[in-house]
Each structure stands twice: as structure tokens, then as C-alpha cells.
Design a protein around this ligand. Structure first.
Ligand SMILES: [Fe+2]
Ligand SMILES: [Fe+2]
Length: 271
């Protein structure tokens, strides 16, 4: 096999720099293919992700209160829900590739394996690109497309607050925000099936099963990093949760999925 022309971190940066949805998805798939071809990581420390990943002109980003909320009984209501989920998946592509690029150097400095870190998060980001495709396929089937509805920027804003801190990013992105998806997705699957949209329900089931693995990946790295830093994982998690995303972790929790992902109960039910 001939040597790949770009490194894994360069491939990951291309994802962050791609604005158009089809270009971002293609860049994510390309990074995953390079990874399968055992492309090199390149010099760690030479790479800095863009402050903010490139995004398409649409959807317009608005405050959460201005995002559409409609019942699932109508086709438009289902399209609005699928659009909101698609937007989360689109953000999740950037969050995973930003994790790989931004924090590979910090992982290396701790004496942990940066190659493993980067490949783990490229694999997550490639899942997110596939999820975005599954959801936009359903949205297209309902006559809509990504960009039709306004969306909010909360996910990226939460991530941006932790751009200088690997431990905090692991707490906020996979262990709190992605884990929140595990709590709410089974209810959405049931509702979509109840209104007869089994295909959308099936797409969400695939996403749900994958997301357990993403939370598990975050938990593994969080524990490794805490151990290297001589920090207690539970105390660290609770401190960073309060500092960056107070009030976000709210019951009811999906204990089955959280247990499968290896999330300690003391992280989210400390009392
Ligand atoms: Fe996802
Ligand atoms: Fe995910």
C-alpha cells in the first residue's frame, strides 16, 4: 500500500474546516478510511483546530427558546424533531474531531497513547457522520432537509468553554451531553413508533446503541486521565460538572444504558 498523503490529524482538521454537510460527512469518512489504512499521526503539537468548526449558512443559529417545538402527530412536527436530532449529530461530528485534534498533545504530555486517543475519537466522529446521514435520509423522506429549521448552538457553546481542559471536555461532552441522549432517546423511539414512523424509530435505535459506546469511550479516557493526574474520578467529575454545566444533569436517568456505558452512579446521583 502506498503511503497516505496526509496524516490522521490533518484529516481530522479537514472535517472541522468543512462547512457544507456533505463535505463534512465525506471528510469524516475519509479520516476513518485513512485510519483503517494505518495512516500516521504526524507530529503532535503542530496541529491546532479552528476556534470554531466551519458550519453551513443554514440552519440559522438561534437561542433555544426560538427553536421549533411541534407535536409528533404531524409530518412537520416529525420533520422538526428529526431536524433537531440531525443538528445534534452534525455538532457531534465536530465535537469528536475537535476532541482528537485539540487534545492529542495533552494526552501525549500525560504519557498516555495519543494514537489510541485520536483513533478512538475519529471512530466516534465517523459514527456521528453516519448518524447524521441516517437522520437526514429520514428528513428527506418527509420532504425536508438539514437547514430548514432554526437550531441552537448550545452544544458547541458548552464545548467551547472547555477548550483548554481535556478533563473538563471529557466530562461535558461525552459524559454529560452524550449521556443525556441515552436518557431521552428511548422515549423518542417509542413516540415515533406510536405515530407510525417506524423507519425513524429504527434509525434512532441504531444511534442509541452506538451512543452507549461513545459514552463508554469518554468514560475510559476520563478515568485514564484522572489516574495519570492522581485525581479522584468522582470528585473531579462532580467539581467540573458544577463549574461548566450546572443544572444540566437531571433525572430521570436511563440506568440500564448508563450502566452499560460504565458510568458510575455516584457521578450523577451523588447522594
Ligand atoms: Fe450520534
Ligand atoms: Fe455520539
Amino acid at each position: 500500500m502506498s503511503a497516505p498523503s496526509i496524516t490522521l490529524l490533518e484529516a481530522a482538521i479537514r472535517v472541522l474546516r468543512a462547512a457544507a454537510p456533505d463535505e463534512k460527512v465525506a471528510a469524516a469518512q475519509n479520516a476513518a478510511l485513512l485510519q483503517e489504512a494505518a495512516a500516521s499521526l504526524g507530529e503532535i503539537g503542530e496541529y491546532a483546530p479552528p476556534d470554531r468548526p466551519a458550519r453551513p449558512q443554514q440552519p440559522a443559529l438561534v437561542s433555544p427558546a426560538q427553536t421549533p417545538r411541534r407535536g409528533l402527530g404531524s409530518q412537520e412536527g416529525r420533520a422538526a424533531l428529526l431536524h433537531a436530532i440531525g443538528h445534534i449529530e452534525f455538532n457531534a461530528i465536530d465535537l469528536a474531531f475537535d476532541m482528537a485534534v485539540r487534545f492529542a498533545g495533552a494526552v501525549d504530555a500525560l504519557g498516555l497513547d495519543p494514537r489510541r486517543f485520536v483513533t478512538d475519537w475519529i471512530a466516534v466522529g465517523s459514527d456521528e457522520a453516519r448518524h447524521f446521514g441516517l437522520i437526514t435520509d429520514r428528513l428527506n423522506a418527509l420532504g425536508g432537509e438539514y437547514g430548514d429549521f432554526p437550531a441552537h448552538d448550545g452544544l458547541w457553546e458548552a464545548a467551547a468553554k472547555t477548550r483548554h481542559d481535556l478533563t473538563a471536555r471529557l466530562v461535558v461532552a461525552p459524559l454529560i451531553l452524550e449521556a443525556r441522549g441515552l436518557d431521552v432517546t428511548p422515549g423518542m423511539i417509542k413516540k415515533l413508533a406510536a405515530v407510525g414512523d417506524q423507519k425513524s424509530a429504527d434509525a434512532l435505535q441504531i444511534i442509541y446503541d452506538d451512543e452507549i459506546g461513545h459514552v463508554a469511550c469518554g468514560r475510559r479516557w476520563f478515568h485514564k486521565v484522572c489516574i495519570e493526574q492522581g485525581a479522584d474520578p468522582t470528585a473531579t467529575f462532580l467539581m467540573l460538572k458544577e463549574k461548566y454545566v450546572p443544572g444540566v444533569l437531571r433525572p430521570p436517568f436511563n440506568h440500564t444504558a448508563r450502566d452499560q456505558a460504565g458510568l458510575p452512579r455516584l457521578f450523577y446521583e451523588p447522594n
